[in-house]
Design a protein around this ligand. Structure first.
Ligand code: GLC
Length: 526
């Protein structure tokens, strides 16, 4: 049985988690030093954002060597030590695989652009421009502008769906496929438990490079922003061939390695398709859920549709924050304490695998970063329309001391610290009423009760603003996502865990009363 179905996953943006050597940048030894926190929290696996050598134009998502380790983050020995130390605590380690593109500094691309006749020319996507001197087609980069840059030395254009320093690989090329097979095997043999796969729904592009049609008003915001529907550069049927190929590799190991896709699709039927017949991705991120407005009718609809589309064969994954979006306490909770507690109960209580982003467990909010301190290329490019992704990437807030326990008091962190005097791990660990203790206790209950991990999920009827569901016929989660008191009729049992911890242990007979933004877990057998 797939281990990841029982797991709680935790994303670590390594540069921002813990700095062991005082250079202001988080590193692998820093992760090792905080494994006890993760074990205490009840995390089963960590996913590390890319750790490979990179010019850091896109902070590691521009890989220059898939088998190496970025010197700023550590060494190969540190990776082994991390896998080993994590394993000792029952924690698996996942890496981030970036197959859509490389850095332009990768030796493959250096070779490819050296001449039209170079051996690796076809590893990337090259094309002649149009007669009027414009790019080969109308595809757009997710980071703004055309998805093509002109290479004067060889007088052709190359494709890049992100920065021009992130050239797209050509996934029609069998050598490219072979190179990634070897990369996967390399890390799996080192003991890596799986891969989060970057931009995995769009690695294969139309061979004829046809123009995309325009977006319409009904399209999701992302496509309206691009101005086009990604008909020819995303979600092609051939993506599934690659996913099946990777799954065969992952399943050849014991236990099977997890393939967790970054699937930036807004259609839940399309999301279901990347699980294949159980022979493609093991888990696929649910973007409609991530971007949902935080109200009961919307969440109820998306959860129900996800359940219906994925059925019993596939397993959902739920996440509310990551390194690309505003953190959920800021994005959907207006920093309201009750709301963010409800959000954590939602993540941990839904049927599926939750993925926490570092800091979620303490309700860490975005930290505004002024223009002069921006590091994210997206922020720099689109400021002030959007602040970019730095506000969600600031250092982990371990304690209230100067440096936040992230780095030494004397060091300058690579991104400024947030409000660590108010929100930090140390203070919350000692406070039984804290967000951290709620998060940990919810995870512990999930670990203790099979029904909370594997039990089916059915909707519980109640007022429209209350989101309630039953797990395994026994446990009821109820979240009052309104700013008024509410009551759920006909609930019997014992309140196991409440966002207001003073209610833990309360007997519930008849109506379950909930205050504004209050969430609870009730054990009907209690
Ligand atoms: C993914 C990553 C993001 C990165 C982009 C390009 O969306 O999550 O951080 O910028 O891919 O690699």
């Amino acid at each position: 049985m797939a281990w990841w179905r029982d797991a709680v996953l935790y994303q670590i943006y390594v540069r921002s988690f813990a700095d062991s050597d005082g250079d202001g940048v988080g590193d692998l030894r820093g992760v090792v030093a905080h494994l006890d926190h993760l074990a205490w929290l009840g995390v089963d696996a960590i996913w590390l954002s890319p750790i490979h050598p990179s010019p850091n134009e896109d902070w590691g998502y521009d890989v220059a060597d898939y088998l190496g380790v970025h010197a700023e983050l550590g060494t190969q020995r540190d990776v082994d030590a991390l896998i080993d130390e994590a394993g000792r605590r029952g924690i698996r380690v996942l890496l981030d695989l970036v197959p859509n593109h490389t850095s332009d500094r990768h030796e493959w691309f250096v070779d490819a652009r050296s001449s039209r006749a170079s051996h690796r020319r076809d590893w990337y996507v090259w094309a002649d421009g149009r007669a009027d001197g414009s790019p080969p087609n109308n595809w757009r980069s997710s980071f703004g502008g055309p998805a093509w840059s002109y290479d004067p030395a060889t007088a052709q254009w190359y494709l890049h769906h992100f920065l021009s320093s992130q050239p797209d690989l050509n996934w029609w090329n069998t050598e490219v496929r072979g190179a990634f097979d070897a990369i996967l095997r390399h890390w799996f043999e080192r003991g890596v438990a799986g891969m989060r796969i970057d931009v995995c729904h769009m690695i294969v592009k139309d061979r004829e490079l046809r123009d995309n049609p325009p977006a319409t008003d009904d399209d999701p915001a992302f496509l309206r922003m691009l101005g086009q529907r990604q008909v020819y550069d995303s979600g092609l049927p051939e993506v599934h061939d690659v996913l099946r190929r990777w799954r065969r590799i992952a399943d050849a190991y014991e236990p099977s390695r997890l393939l967790l896709g970054e699937t930036y699709v807004f259609d839940l039927a399309e999301l279901a398709s990347v699980y294949g017949g159980g022979d493609e991705l093991g888990l696929a991120f649910n973007m409609p859920f991530l971007f949902a407005s935080f109200d009961a009718p919307t969440l109820r609809r998306i959860v129900a549709e996800t359940e219906a589309r994925l059925g019993t064969a596939h397993w959902p994954v739920w996440t509310l924050s990551n390194h690309d979006v505003s953190r959920f306490p800021t994005r959907c909770c207006e920093d309201e304490d009750g709301k963010l507690r409800c959000a954590l109960l939602l993540l941990i209580g839904l049927r599926g695998t939750p993925v926490l982003y570092y800091g979620d467990e303490i309700g860490m909010a975005d930290t505004p970063v002024p223009f002069e301190e921006l590091r994210d290329p997206v922020g720099k490019r689109f400021w002030p329309a959007t602040p970019g992704r730095d506000p969600a990437r600031t250092p982990m807030q371990w304690n209230a001391a100067p440096g936040a326990g992230f780095t030494t008091p004397q060091s300058r962190p690579w991104l400024r610290l947030g409000d660590h005097a108010t929100v930090n791990v140390a203070a919350q660990r000692d406070d039984p009423a804290s967000v951290l203790r709620l998060c940990r206790d919810a995870i512990a209950l999930r670990r203790a009760h099979h029904e909370l991990r594997r039990g089916d999920s059915t909707t519980v009827d109640g007022p429209p603003g209350v989101l309630a569901w039953r797990r395994g016929g026994r446990f009821v989660f109820a979240l009052n996502l309104t700013d008024r008191d509410a009551a759920l009729p006909a609930i019997e049992g014992r309140l196991l865990l409440g966002s207001d911890r003073a209610r833990d242990g309360e007997a519930i007979r008849g109506a379950l009363r909930l205050r504004r933004w209050e969430g609870v877990l009730v054990d009907a057998a209690g």
